[in-house]
Write a protein that binds this ligand. Sequence first.
Ligand SMILES: Nc1ncnc2c1ncn2[C@@H]1O[C@H](COP(=O)(O)OP(=O)(O)O)[C@@H](O)[C@H]1O
Ligand code: SF4
Ligand SMILES: [Mg+2]
Length: 327
Amino acid sequence: MPALLEICGLTAGLQSRRAITPVVSNVDLDVQPGEILGVVGESGCGKSTLAAAIMRLLVTPQVLQSGSATLRIDDDKAYDLLNLSENDLRQLRWRHLSYIPQGSMNSLNPVLRVERQMTDALLQRGLSKKEASDRAIAALELVSLEARLLDSYPHELSGGMRQRVIIAAAVSMHPTLIVADEITTALDVVTQRQILQELAAIRDELGATIIIITHDMGVVAQIADRVAVMYAGEIVEVGSVSDIFQQPLHPYSQGLIASIPRESGQRVEGLPGEAPSPWNYPAGCRFHPRCPKVFGRCREHAPASQPQGPDRWVACHLYDQETASDD
Ligand SMILES: Nc1ncnc2c1ncn2[C@@H]1O[C@H](COP(=O)(O)OP(=O)(O)O)[C@@H](O)[C@H]1O
Ligand code: SF4
Ligand SMILES: [Mg+2]
């Protein structure tokens, strides 16, 4: 089946007076129709920049440098989101794309009731008041909220409820693709789990495709079908969740999995150090200063992404075709 979204060579950075510092480098990634794809990496790895770039919602000084993101919809019509005119993009966004930016549960307008905030976009799209209200109620139901919540103001709601309102507002548009950035961060574990279950049910009910962006491998394990692991602006491993959890190939994926808190409360081995900022991306493999398996060529040569079986890719010199013994 052709990918719903095919991202090729996406590079985005931060513009200063003199130069552009790349934040996200040369990302290739496919998103299959109806799947939940997790994009995971520590804070600062460029996940939100990637999401905003795909949605064409980068904000100065962020700039898109190159690449394409081809969305295939409506009997296989193809649209390159990164090169579409603003007007065409607006149409497409309304009909097909919903983006839940990081931190958006705190962006509800405090002086407007939930109903107004949920129905404004639907009314703009030409729905009648009754249709918009029915859609909002149906969407609230999908996230286990009652219709009476429409009369509330944001401050009357818990964090979990506000996040659900944001998700419901996105879902009420019946999008083809939902991009959800850190939607469970800052919520307690029980609420997190419920919201992820609701999101999976939304995928099943609406047939939507979801990209879920998170710093938490535990979230990926709970909800995603496939996962793309991101480090220092690059995708370092892609595969099905079962393959990656059973046998993570990239040392960074291995570290992220080892860092998942255990329910037993047992101490976990965290990844030492932290992700570099875009001004300090190391030469060679960007993970090399933290990698327990680093060897000669890692310090100078960036590893290319290579297939490792069906729908499995890794960018690490440990898996280069020729043996690593010459280093
Ligand atoms: N507008 C900005 N101004 C300055 N630095 C930024 C900006 N946007 C992103 N960055 C930097 O780019 C890197 C990647 O950020 P981001 O995409 O938010 O990562 P993530 O979502 O994985 O935490 C971080 O080091 C961040 O500080
Ligand atoms: S290329 Fe080298 S440094 Fe990078 S992850 Fe693989 S082994 Fe580690
Ligand atoms: Mg982020």
